[in-house]
Ligand binder design. Structure first.
Ligand code: NAD
Length: 364
């Protein structure tokens, strides 16, 4: 790899800057010998305080000139009195998703064997851990379909949301799921509601059609209500799951909860755009800015560190470097290091910085 990796770094608010420092340290060490250009910019509440806007022009320009965005988290009580459209999450994250056509949200739900006790599920269901990748369509369906309105009809108000999917939108996310499955256990579970929804029928027929192009991948289908049950009954049976926007919103949170530790979970939102050989993506922890623990040095930096690993894999194709970071994280957990959120008796309680340093140390 000779090309420069150009990355916009948007740490944001709350624990964002604390965990970002650790992720950058790990990233720099893991990418030794690779030319990386990290450009740090303001976003969220920090940007509102400095410039009056949650997503300043300059930040957007840097993002547009980069191959990927490594995002921390935004928001906090200080900015809650602002009008809804000026709130950090709504005024920063949503425009970024729109501007870069981020159509696919990848949320791994990884339960490390050593942390199985943190899962709210019975130990026999999660012993040995599990690793599910939930792929959610992010730009279509019920959240964006028109008409979308509330109107008066006689004496009542009626609210209307519209669920729309096109062949091309399902095909785009379906293809991504099959391609990602090739790098994992070669199986995809597609989730829909084809027994009730026209959208479900379309979704399933496109997925079946696509399967013909990926004979090496095993495709199966689940209705969304059944999927919600099966995740709880046997999480270890799943590897890659793919679904539409609304179902994915709900199921990805269910899966996150099953791991028992939000501070461990990264995410990726992939765009349609490419700069040269690189697919554009935004990478961020699944959790928020955690104002309750911000500034205390106790946040878990692993979600942010694994977000950087996902960036190396999905935008830059540096799978081996990404695997190196993941195995350093596994090794650190296996050797008993725990931030407060995942601490249990007989393990070693460490700070954000100590966890970051231990992971760096464990890099090959
Ligand atoms: P949150 O994820 O910030 O916090 C929920 C709980 O998880 C808290 O107890 C927190 O301490 C804990 N937690 C989260 N990340 C952790 C970590 N890395 N290490 C240890 N513990 C961690 O969710 P919330 O409390 O609902 O939201 C707080 C703020 O974050 C709000 O302003 C919200 O709008 C914002 N938020 C931002 C994003 C984003 O930037 N993408 C996402 C969600 C929420």
């Amino acid at each position: 790899m000779t090309k420069k990796l150009s990355i916009a770094v948007l740490a944001g608010d709350g624990i964002g800057p604390e965990v970002m420092v650790q992720a950058l340290q790990v990233l720099r060490k893991a990418c030794k010998g690779i030319d990386i250009d990290l450009k740090e910019c303001l976003v969220g509440g920090a940007a509102i305080d400095a410039t009056g806007k949650a997503l300043p022009e300059n930040t957007l320009e840097v993002c547009a000139a980069s191959d990927a965005i490594l995002f921390g988290s935004v928001g906090g009580p200080k900015w809650e009195p602002l009008p809804p459209n000026e709130q950090p999450e709504r005024a920063a994250l949503l425009p970024l998703r729109k501007r870069f056509s981020l159509f696919a949200n990848l949320r791994p739900a990884i339960c490390f064997p050593e942390l199985a006790a943190a899962s709210p599920l019975r130990l026999d269901l999660v012993a040995g851990g599990f690793d599910i990748l939930c792929i959610r369509e992010l730009t279509g369906g019920l959240y964006f379909g028109k008409p979308k309105e509330t109107r008066q009809e006689g004496t009542e108000r009626i609210a209307i949301d519209t669920m729309i999917y096109r062949d091309s939108e399902v095909e785009r996310i379906g293809r991504l799921a099959f391609e990602v499955a090739r790098t994992r256990k070669k199986n995809v579970v597609s989730i829909d509601k084809m027994n009730v929804l026209e959208n479900g029928l379309l979704w399933r027929s496109v997925m079946k059609q696509l399967a013909g192009e990926y004979p090496d991948i095993e495709l199966s289908h689940l209705l969304v209500d059944n999927a919600a049950m099966q995740f709880i009954r046997s999480p270890r049976a799943f590897d890659v799951v793919v679904t539409e926007n609304t179902f994915g919103d709900i199921l990805s949170d269910e899966l996150a909860m099953l791991t028992g530790s939000i501070g461990m979970l990264p995410s990726a939102s992939l765009g349609t755009g490419h700069r040269g050989e690189f697919r554009f993506g935004l990478y961020e922890p699944s959790g928020g800015s955690a104002p309750d623990i911000a500034g205390k040095g106790i946040a878990n930096p692993i979600a942010q560190i694994l977000s950087a690993a996902m960036m190396l894999q999905y935008t830059f194709g540096l799978d081996e470097v990404a695997r190196g970071i993941e195995s350093a994280v596994r090794k650190t957990i296996a050797s008993g290091y725990r931030t407060r959120d995942i601490f249990s008796p007989d393990t070693k309680l460490v700070s954000t910085a100590e966890m970051g340093a231990a992971i760096c140390e464990n890099l090959g």
